[in-house]
Design a binder for this molecule. Structure first.
Ligand SMILES: Cc1cc2nc3c(=O)[nH]c(=O)nc-3n(C[C@H](O)[C@H](O)[C@H](O)COP(=O)(O)OP(=O)(O)OC[C@H]3O[C@@H](n4cnc5c(N)ncnc54)[C@H](O)[C@@H]3O)c2cc1C
Length: 440
């Protein structure tokens, strides 16, 4: 499959870059020393020592992921077969809820389909608002906040959608265009039914998959058949000479590039000025923990939080999905859990070690206060920037930047490269398709 003599290269060995490499056989240049990008696992023992599963034993470690649990959604039969060629997948039925810490109440997710959990007066008011035609019509170019109000009505928005999205988007939800709407499905029939009776699990992630043995196992198996040059961070691209300069001093000529490097970074590396204000991004601080189970540990895979003192918007339990995330000695011992808590921060600024440590402490204290965890066994935090990319209503910044790069032989793909919300499968499939096109 490898195309000899070609000068097309791929930048970045995340899932998009790996997809492109698998479909084309083209060489990949990756900044770090491992494949997977945001999608990988790491192993930590209780002394906070990292262990590499390819060098030593990790069965007595906690398995964590840098941006929190990465679950595969919306996997078609064709893609599943392709992925299972690298690593078997396990299937899980989602258990998710919204947690109202003031009352200690857990309402199953999607909240709009579970109105029966609210007091009669609140439930009836929400039903009247959502199912009547009285909701304000969204404007021509609504913000995410306008869209939420027009679809869920004031009561449900005040209860959950506004405070949750305030945290999740780091305050941007009133300024950005509606995004990832498949996560907030408005099905009036289902909403009416769920106000009075149980409804079957539903939504984009009602069933999800995870690689048996860990996400790192999958991305390493994929990368094993690819030609990847690790520790090659791009620091400049001369688009007139068509040369890529790397931090380690290497230089590579190219005719064409498939790039998964974040769009805002890529235009800087190429010295392009789009003449427009860049669309925003947000970062995420993830605190990974192994801990003793708290008295009120929710029996869910993850919980969404409309309110928290520490600013977190979601907590997920790796060990509620699969016990293989905890050290072998605890797998039969239900008293030990592993989890991640996510807090969004404005993108494009470095997080000082001091602020990171203070934030971590506040998060762990709050989880203890809620009774989610008891004594922590291991705590580790990671910072991903960018984690989420957003666009302002009617902004043309991203298409303009991609067009400018396209004129210079650079094709941007991926969640950050193309600046659009997408999960692992879409990223991988987009990579496969870009690689196939380039290989032809
Ligand atoms: C908090 C969070 C939770 C998520 N949860 C899920 C989930 O549960 N399920 C799901 O399906 N998706 C989830 N996602 C989305 C998923 O992570 C992405 O869709 C996927 O990782 C995108 O892959 P990518 O290859 O496009 O980008 P990346 O993984 O970012 O890969 C880009 C690669 O480019 C490299 N690179 C960057 N700069 C340079 C440079 N200058 N030179 C060379 N290389 C460079 C990076 O090191 C990286 O390896 C989540 C994302 C976040 C942030």
């Amino acid at each position: 499959m490898r195309k000899e003599g070609t000068k097309t290269i791929i930048l970045g060995a995340g899932l998009s870059g790996l997809g492109a490499a698998l479909a084309s056989g083209l060489p990949v240049y990756e900044a770090t020393d491992r494949p997977g990008g945001v999608c990988h696992s790491y192993y930590l023992d209780e002394d906070h020592m990292r262990h590499d599963p390819y060098v030593g034993e990790v069965s007595q470690c906690f398995r964590f992921e840098p941006a929190g649990g990465h679950w595969l959604f919306g996997v078609s039969e064709v893609s599943r077969k392709k992925i299972e060629g690298f690593c078997p997948l396990r299937e899980y039925a989602r258990k998710a809820a919204v947690f109202f810490h003031q009352t200690g109440t857990l309402v199953p997710y999607p909240l709009q389909d579970c109105l029966r959990y609210f007091e009669d007066a609140v439930r009836n008011r929400i039903l009247q608002e959502v199912c009547s035609d009285e909701l304000p019509s969204p404007q021509r170019s609504p913000s995410f906040k306008d869209w939420l109000l027009a679809n869920f009505g004031p009561t449900l928005c005040e209860l959950f959608f506004f405070p949750f999205n305030e945290r999740y988007t780091c305050g941007l939800y009133a300024d950005i265009a509606p995004q990832d709407l498949y996560k907030s499905v408005v099905d009036k029939q289902r909403i009416r039914r769920g106000a009075f009776e149980d409804a079957p699990n539903h939504g984009y992630n009602s069933v999800f998959l995870y690689p048996s043995g860990g996400l790192d196992k999958l991305v390493r198996a994929m990368s094993a058949t690819c030609d990847i040059h690790f520790d090659h961070r791009v620091v400049r691209i001369d688009t007139s000479l068509r040369k890529v300069y790397f931090e380690n001093g290497a230089v590579r000529s190219y005719d064409k590039i498939i790039s998964t490097i974040p769009l805002h970074t890529m235009i800087q590396l190429c010295g392009i000025d789009c003449g427009q204000t860049q669309d925003p991004s947000t970062a995420v601080l993830v605190v990974n923990m192994g801990a003793m189970r708290g008295a009120n540990c929710p029996p869910y895979h993850w919980v969404y939080l409309p309110s928290s003192k520490s600013g977190i918007h979601r907590v997920g339990f790796y060990s509620h999905v699969d016990r293989s995330f905890v050290p072998q000695r605890y797998r039969e011992d239900d008293r030990v859990v592993s989890l991640y808590a996510e807090k969004s921060l404005r993108g494009d600024f470095p997080l000082s070690a001091e602020v990171k440590a203070e934030t971590c402490t506040a998060i762990v204290d709050e989880l203890k206060e809620w009774g989610f965890i008891g004594t922590p066994l291991v705590i580790d935090s990671t910072y991903t920037d960018p984690a989420y990319t957003w666009s302002r209503p009617e902004s043309t910044w991203a298409p303009t930047a991609m067009r400018e790069l396209g004129h210079r032989g650079i094709h941007q793909i991926g969640r950050y490269g193309a600046w659009r919300f997408q999960g692992m499968m879409e990223s991988f499939e987009e990579g496969l398709s870009a690689g196939q096109t380039m290989a032809q």
